[in-house]
Design a protein around this ligand. Structure first.
Ligand code: NAI
Length: 246
């Protein structure tokens, strides 16, 4: 049996894909033949990133605003004809100890990370159900499985994405719309660049594979889940963390 990932003819919408993990996912899916909707808060930046990817187009959207997410899904469907693969990747942190988290910081993180994934899933799944083919992939975090000091809002949003994933998998499975989550550990991006060298060294000491993950480690898992190789996988959390949460 020959194995390859061919997403020719598929359209992928990746939220927050102008940098970091989202950009890596957009590049990976485009390299497999998918036409990718690159999205970011800044439409011009999204268009510039899309210009480097074959078949891609850029769209502006603040995912924390439900009406913008609904509009984005409509615009992408109009431009490409469908959305076959939805990757809910956009996310933020507003870290603080639980006792110091302000309501605004709680709401901002839940809105950007969790509500955005719900609204995008609700909007994009209608077409997927009609076409009897869809892949929804939610980028959560090991922190959603383990919790983390100083990240109660972020961990709650990521744990919420896991409950969303499993529920959507159960509701849409009969229409061949699969929904899975990927829980990265610590991946080298601008989000983790902010750490001090000492904090990074302490962290890598607790990772069995003794390194931070690369964006390609996560993007590869997304490409696999998007492909027919994962046609019998739904409702799962694929942990990509070098063994950290083991
Ligand atoms: P990043 O900060 O480099 O990228 C996040 C992207 O989301 C950015 O392009 C940002 O503009 C976009 N975004 C944030 N809020 C948005 C909004 N309201 N509207 C539109 N776009 C918005 O972070 P990174 O590391 O690439 O993270 C990507 C995803 O992976 C996030 O959901 C993050 O929580 C998750 N993750 C990252 C880990 C890491 O170690 N870097 C570990 C586990 C999960």
């Amino acid at each position: 049996m020959a194995i390859s990932i061919d997403l020719t003819g598929k359209v992928a919408l990746v939220t927050g894909s102008t940098r970091g993990i989202g950009l890596g996912i957009a590049q990976a899916l485009a390299s497999c033949g998918a036409r990718v909707a690159v999205t970011g808060r800044d439409a011009a930046k999204a268009a510039a990133v899309a210009a480097d990817l074959p078949g891609a187009q850029g769209f502006g959207c603040d995912v924390a605003v439900p009406a913008e997410v609904e509009r984005l899904v409509g615009d992408v469907e109009k431009a490409f004809g469908s959305i076959d693969i939805l990757v809910n990747n956009a996310g933020i942190t507003r870290d603080n100890l639980m006792l110091r988290i302000k309501d605004d910081d709680w709401n901002a993180v839940i809105d950007a990370n969790l509500r955005s994934a719900f609204v995008a899933t609700r909007a994009a799944s209608r077409g997927m159900m009609k076409r009897r083919w869809g892949r929804i992939i939610n980028i959560t975090s090991v922190v959603g499985l383990m919790g983390n000091k100083g990240q109660a809002n972020y961990a709650a949003s990521k744990a919420g994405m896991i409950g969303l994933t499993k529920s959507v998998a159960k509701e849409l499975g009969s229409r061949n719309v699969l929904c899975n989550a990927i829980a990265p550990g610590f991946i080298a991006t601008e989000m983790t660049d902010a750490m001090t060298p000492e904090a990074k060294a302490a962290l890598t000491g607790s990772i069995p594979l003794e390194r931070l993950g690369a964006v390609s480690d996560v993007a590869g898992a997304v490409a696999w889940l998007s492909s027919d190789l994962a046609a019998y996988v739904t409702g799962q959390v694929i942990v990509v963390d070098g063994g950290l949460a083991t």
